[in-house]
Design a protein around this ligand. Sequence first.
Ligand code: MN
Length: 713
Amino acid sequence: MIRLNDITSQILSYHPKANIDLVEKAYVYSAKAHQGQIRLSGEPYLSHPLEVAYILTKMKMDVTCIAAGFLHDTLEDTEAEADEIKHLFGEETANLVEGVTKISRMQFTSRQQRQAENVRKMILAMSSDIRVILVKLADRLHNMRTLGFQTPEKQRLIAAETEDIYAPLAGRMGIQWIKSSLEDLCLYYLEPKIYEDIKNEIAQTRDKREEFIKNVIELVSKKLEEFKIQATIKGRDKHFYSIYKKMLDQDLTVNQVYDVLAFRVIVSGIKECYEVLGHIHSMWKPVQGRFKDYVSVPKANMYQSLHTTVIGPMGQRMEMQIRTWDMDKVAEDGIAAHWKYKEGTTENKTDEKQFMWLRQLLEWQQNLKDPAEFLETVRMDLFPDEVYVFTPRGDVKAFPRGATPVDFAYSIHSEVGEKCMGARINRRMVPLRYQLRNGQTVEIITSPKQHPSKDWLEFVKTPRAKTKIRQWIRNQERGESIALGKNLLEKALERDRLKLTNIMKNEQILSIAKEFSFHSVEDLIAQIGFGKISPRQVIGRLKPKLGIKDERPPGLVGKMVGRFKRRKGDLGIKVKGVSDMLIRFANCCHPLPGEPVIGFITRGRGVTVHQRNCSHILNADPERLVEVSWQASKEDIYLAKIRVTSVERKGVLSDISAVLTQKDANIIEAQVKTTVDRKGIALFTIEVEDYNQLQNIMGAIKRVKNVLIVERL
Ligand code: MN
């Protein structure tokens, strides 16, 4: 078991002035908190925080981070409180511990590739301080090393999560040694058979290969000495997981993977790297297509090396990596190689390059102008543009920052989006506008009565939600137009005693739609609803196609509308020398067809038609009078008012009504009153076709018994 002393002496070896007190205090606190707890291995629980802290010293972390390593399980597994840790160890340490606890509490279950990437990003996004991830990686490494004490199911579950999430995260951080350690442990638990095969294969040939390695190192050393190049040469087996990957990628068995040997030549400068490459290629034949120059074109995580594969002395493939000491450090320790202490940092010029590397590594979007911003930036948001949340099933979804439950709902299904009325987040109801935050579990609440609204467009962030909401609104408006269009068309058809349902079944309506250049009848009706086309325009074209003659139906409403609302030639009046004139009939004298008439040009309201002897006209400006004439058409119906004076007698009114019915005149209104001198006075408003009909009717009424006077009003 690691002892505290091992840890403190490690720290002092790379940072002599470190504040060891903090580490010791954390150790004591952790020992107390975990007192009596036992690991599955049977060891006291304290062994775990000790190992984690020790792994962190291997990454050359600062004392804050190592203290956090000691404390990382206290919030989760003991009585310890965050406030207490903050009080005893400071805010920075407390934040690290809380960050690790937050990640540890999450359950990542999905094994899909895309999911894994989202989970990795979520962990990065939730770690406001990079050191949170480093502590978590150290924690996971020790847990993987002691995984044998877990049940087989747990072993597979944890190994899978490590393979999908933590090993790639270590790679992303550039910490090669943690990445390969994790990967080999994963292989051991996930593919035990293959792991055994690789191990046996390598063990069987171990002696031979060790001799071979010695041989190659000697040959290269000799060559480089000739040219006075100082170099350190290392030979090693590749790690098991990378052999396994090679088997998978190239569909090989273990003994078909030849280049299990990798050599590393480490020199002092870049110039020497290329010189060594030349010498190695002069000694052994390089394999085509295997040379990679990561020195002039570094990888995204700033990894630098020359890679080549050559056919070695025994006809065996050997991978060669050539790099400088600096490059080697970056390759092994990654982000840890760049770790700087707040206290007593001496900046040098290569730092700037290192910050660049860090920026790329973490996909930073903010510019780092000043190297002094380094520590600040370490603690800032790693993915400022994205937010990662859980579905109730435990999948992780990525959204633009500021996304709302509506965005989330639409990402599940557009129907869920349309019916979304709110969300439950960590068991609490939140409104639609609520902005999602990292690590939350979002459960959408829907209602069949809910539907999207234009307001939603103001707060949704995903293009998908925006598009779907707009689409819905457009469809909705169209739906309304269609309903209105149907209504208008139906009313207009009534005048011709036509039924909309019958018309809709008729093929002719489609041909009319096409005449108006629409693709469908629905489009035509929507346009009627929008008011772009009038129902009469449609009916006007429809009737000839259906073989219907233009007859005025007797319905009262139709007549009234016809009398007062229609314009121009429709009224059966022609204005001399003018077409397309707005016409209405004067309310003072109600002229009838056939009656002598004259037009009066109003200011802005077209021509008013009066009886020629109307008193208003006699006093009017002669310049504004215009000749008008009746047209032959008899289709229109006009209103006329007449007054009938009679001797008061029972039955006189019914006699007059009988005459009117007999003469085919509709009575619109009738008023009857009796005068003091016992005369009956009846006022009728009747519908007539023209002046002649009215004359005829009036003559007939006059002949009714006891009728004294019939006059037009
Ligand atoms: Mn732990």
